[in-house]
Design a protein around this ligand. Structure first.
Ligand code: TNX
Length: 544
């Protein structure tokens, strides 16, 4: 009896060991790399360590980024060069023969040399981010005195699961200044996000200078709150150029969103002739979905939007422009003579077809300027063109439908990607929300952008995923960071790491070491996930 128990136990232990993903706990990289092999020994960073680059000038700015970071955090002065190896060296190698995926990289840490290699500057940049996380967290602070920074010897080979790894920010409901946007992009780059979706327009504020329409920044960019205070702001075209260039240097593509045909009240407040009723309107100071939208029957609407896009397109090198398309009420169109006349002449059966007409017309215009469109999943209603990319937010249904129809898809379902929802137990979260949706860290971590309903061919249409930060109840940059972190760390592991390399317990451990990194970087992150009550609540949600 005893013997058999011992055998059963032995069997259980062996089974558990083999079934378990065995993370290497001294290496705490987020997102988890594909392959890590740890060896004995350390690399010691000293003031004499040389930083080198090889294989072309494109490697130089990456090497310089490390030199600048180390100079700031150690107080020593590091410069980069192409030759003179030191006793210890860190070398960045552009090697065209490596992995074809431009985002792939390798990091090899040996006692005398660290080598980061990739086939492109972007790959080297990601190698640099991984290396940064191998250094102690003090690398994120300024002028700390180095006490023999030792980096464990390791070999890492890595590339992302998805090509689209996005974070979104709504700057309409609350305006966030340029400085914050740059910090946002910094953190995105550190965690290997590559797309910033900038939600620039909505009912409560227009946020980008358009030279042809000065009222957009004079009037549409500001609203009067119920308290009587005026609030708002906007980015000049110079600001936008700076943000786009800053992002490009960090391999982040900026996709601007200009909302149409709905979420347009701020525009209508300045240009009421673009509505069905003629107004007057004021920039919205409450949240929700409004009846007044762009008139689809009026050619002036298209003239306006085309002129806006003519200024937008050259500012953003991204191949995509986001045209919104969500939550457009049809009530005004139903009663509008011009809209009804358009439906007749264009032979459109209903108002959903009119929305399709609207989006398709703008898509054609943007295509003539060399751009493709992305829209929220409502653009499927009434029929989307084959060339539109769909952002699936009302669950994954729209995304599945689109992928099956051969449209590219970015998955961003509310169940896993809405970072405006609570992450802890509601009553403990600041500030009080009028709704009680709940999205804890654990739930984000279960996100899989490729639904099992898709076969291998259809799955190719899933470009990746994105987390959205809607800002109705996020009035400050501090609050925005609180909502984002650490959930953005869970999200990136869903977008970068292979499913078999994900492990929540290990992730949770890594998040704790990253608290220090974020703290040193001046990020106001949340610790809600640590609360027992949050864990219990999540389990109860899971059971439902
Ligand atoms: C839905 S997601 C919206 C936004 C809101 C958000 C609040 C989407 C395309 N539209 O306008 O801010 O919900 O969670």
């Amino acid at each position: 009896m005893k013997k058999s128990l011992v055998l059963v136990n032995l069997f259980l232990i062996i089974f558990q060991l083999s079934a378990e993903v065995k993370p290497v706990s001294s290496i705490q990289i987020i997102p988890q790399p594909n392959k890590i092999t740890v060896a004995d020994g350390n690399f010691q960073l000293t003031k004499d360590t040389k930083i080198l680059y090889k294989g072309g000038d494109a490697a130089k700015p990456i090497a310089e980024k490390l030199a600048a970071k180390l100079s700031r955090s150690t107080g020593f002065q590091y410069a980069v060069s192409t030759s003179v190896a030191g006793k210890t060296s860190i070398i960045f190698v552009l090697d065209k023969k490596q992995e074809a995926n431009a985002e792939a990289y390798k990091v090899s840490v040996k006692p005398k040399q660290i080598m980061v290699s990739a086939s492109s500057a972007q790959g080297l940049f990601y190698g640099l981010q991984t290396l940064r996380q191998l250094f102690p967290a003090v690398i994120e602070s300024e002028n700390s005195t180095p006490t023999a920074w030792a980096i464990p010897c390791v070999q890492i080979e890595d590339f992302p699961r998805y090509a689209y790894r996005g974070l979104h920010l709504d700057v309409s409901r609350h305006f966030f200044d340029k400085k914050f946007i740059l910090k946002y992009i910094d953190m995105m780059a550190m965690y290997k996000y590559n797309t910033f979706h900038w939600h620039l327009t909505d009912d409560q504020g227009w946020r980008i200078e358009i030279k042809k329409y000065p009222l957009l920044t004079k009037k549409s960019a500001f609203r009067t709150e119920c308290s009587g205070d005026t609030t708002g702001g906007f980015y000049t075209q110079e600001d936008v150029k700076e943000v786009v260039a800053y992002a490009a240097e960090r391999f982040v593509t900026v996709i601007p969103e200009i909302e149409m045909p709905g979420h347009a009240v701020a525009v209508l407040a300045a240009y009421p002739e673009l509505s069905c009723s003629g107004g007057p309107f004021t920039v919205a100071n409450t949240w929700g979905v409004f009846h007044d939208v762009f008139c689809a029957g009026n050619d002036k609407t298209f003239e306006f939007l085309e002129n806006v896009m003519t200024e937008i397109v050259p500012l953003f090198p991204s191949k995509y422009i986001h045209i919104g398309g969500d939550e457009c009420k049809k009530t005004r169109w139903e009663r509008c003579i011009k809209c009804q006349a358009r439906m007749k002449t264009e032979n459109l059966a209903d108002e959903h077809k009119l929305q399709s007409y609207f989006i398709n017309r703008m898509e054609k215009f943007l295509q003539s300027k060399g751009k493709q469109i992305i829209g929220w999943d409502e653009i499927l209603e009434g029929g989307a063109s084959k060339t539109a990319t769909i952002m699936s937010w009302r669950g994954i249904k729209g995304g599945i439908e689109a992928a099956k129809a051969g449209n590219y898809v970015v998955m961003t379902p509310g169940t896993h990607c809405y970072f405006d929802h609570y992450q802890g137990v509601e009553s403990e979260e600041p500030p009080a929300f009028p709704h009680n949706r709940f999205l804890p860290l654990q739930q984000v971590y279960t996100f899989n952008p490729t639904p099992k309903e898709l076969n291998a061919d259809e799955a190719k249409y899933i470009l990746g995923g994105q987390a959205n930060v809607w800002s109705e109840y996020i009035p400050t940059t501090n609050q925005a960071e609180y909502m984002l972190y650490p959930r953005a760390l869970a999200m990136i592991e869903c977008l970068w790491s292979k499913t078999e390399n994900k492990n929540y317990e290990f992730f949770e451990q890594k998040v704790h070491t990253h608290y220090l990194r974020m703290e040193n970087y001046g990020i106001n992150f949340s610790k809600s996930a640590d609360r027992e009550s949050t864990k219990i609540k999540w389990q109860s949600i899971q059971k439902k």
